[in-house]
Design a protein around this ligand. Structure first.
Ligand code: C5P
Length: 222
C-alpha cells in the first residue's frame, strides 16, 4: 500500500484528538475525527426526532445525511448537509445521546464505510473507538490511549468551561462513565484494544511528550 494509516483509539476524553491533530500536522497527514461523524448523525437524529428503535426511520435518515470535513482558517469544520455544526456537536445534549446512536448497527455500517473511503489513497490519522479493530484492522500504526478517570474529567471540564458551557464535574464524570460503558459493551464493534496496538497512558505526559512517542513509533514502522 502506498498510503500510511495511523489509528488512535481509546476511551472518551483521553486526549486522542489532540495527539491525532498534532501528529497529522507534523507529518502532513489528513486528520479525521470519526467521533465527530457519530456526533453529527446524533445531532441530525435529535433535530428530526428520529426514534432510535425505528430502523426504517433510521435508514431513511441515514440516506439524507451528508457529512463533510472542510478546512477553515487553521482547523477542520464539520459540515452536516452543508451547515457548519463543529460547535454544536460538542455540546452536552449531543454528548448525552451519542453513544446510544453509535451502538446502532445501521449507523455504524454507514459511517465505517465512509471512514474507509476517507482513508483510500492518502495518508491519514483517524481517531475513534474501533479504528484499529474494525475500520482499518491493517492500519500501519495503532495507538490505544488511556488516562486516569480524574485526569480525563478535569480536561473535559476545562474544555467545556472554556467554551462557556455551564456544566459540573459531576455531570462530566457521569457522561464519561456512561459513554465508556455503552462504547465497550455494545455488540457492534465495541471499544477494545487491538492486539497489535501500542498503549499510551498519558495521565502524566505533556502534549509534546505524547507527540514524540507517536512520532517515534511512526519512524519505526514507516
Ligand atoms: O470521540 P468522541 O468522544 O467525540 O466520540 C463521541 C462518541 O462517538 C463516543 O462516545 C462513541 O460512542 C462514538 N464513537 C464510536 N466509534 C468511533 C468514534 C466515536 O462509537 N470510532
Amino acid at each position: 500500500r502506498e498510503n500510511f494509516i495511523i489509528a488512535i483509539d481509546g476511551f472518551s476524553s483521553c486526549g486522542k484528538s489532540t495527539v491525532a491533530k498534532a501528529v497529522a500536522k507534523k507529518l502532513q497527514f489528513v486528520f479525521i475525527d470519526s467521533g465527530a461523524m457519530y456526533r453529527a448523525v446524533t445531532l441530525y437524529f435529535l433535530r428530526h426526532h428520529v426514534n432510535l428503535d425505528d430502523t426504517e426511520k433510521i435508514n431513511a435518515a441515514l440516506e439524507h445525511i451528508h457529512i463533510d470535513f472542510v478546512p477553515h482558517a487553521d482547523k477542520m469544520c464539520m459540515l452536516l448537509n452543508g451547515e457548519d455544526v463543529s460547535e454544536e456537536i460538542r455540546q452536552m445534549h449531543v454528548s448525552e445521546k451519542v453513544s446510544e446512536v453509535s451502538a446502532i448497527k445501521e449507523v455504524r455500517q454507514a459511517l465505517v464505510r465512509q471512514q474507509q473511503n476517507l482513508g483510500k489513497r492518502r495518508n491519514i490519522v483517524m481517531d475513534g473507538r474501533d479504528i484499529g479493530t474494525t475500520v482499518f484492522p491493517d492500519a500501519d500504526l495503532k495507538i490505544f490511549m488511556t488516562a486516569s478517570p480524574d485526569v480525563r474529567a478535569e480536561r473535559r471540564l476545562a474544555e467545556l468551561l472554556a467554551k462557556g458551557e455551564e456544566v459540573s464535574m459531576e455531570e462530566i464524570k457521569q457522561n464519561l462513565a456512561h459513554r465508556d460503558h455503552i462504547d465497550s459493551t455494545r455488540e457492534e464493534s465495541p471499544l477494545r484494544q487491538a492486539e497489535d496496538a501500542i498503549v499510551l497512558d498519558n495521565s502524566d505526559l505533556t502534549q509534546e511528550e505524547q507527540l514524540e512517542i507517536v512520532l517515534n513509533e511512526y519512524e519505526k514502522k514507516k
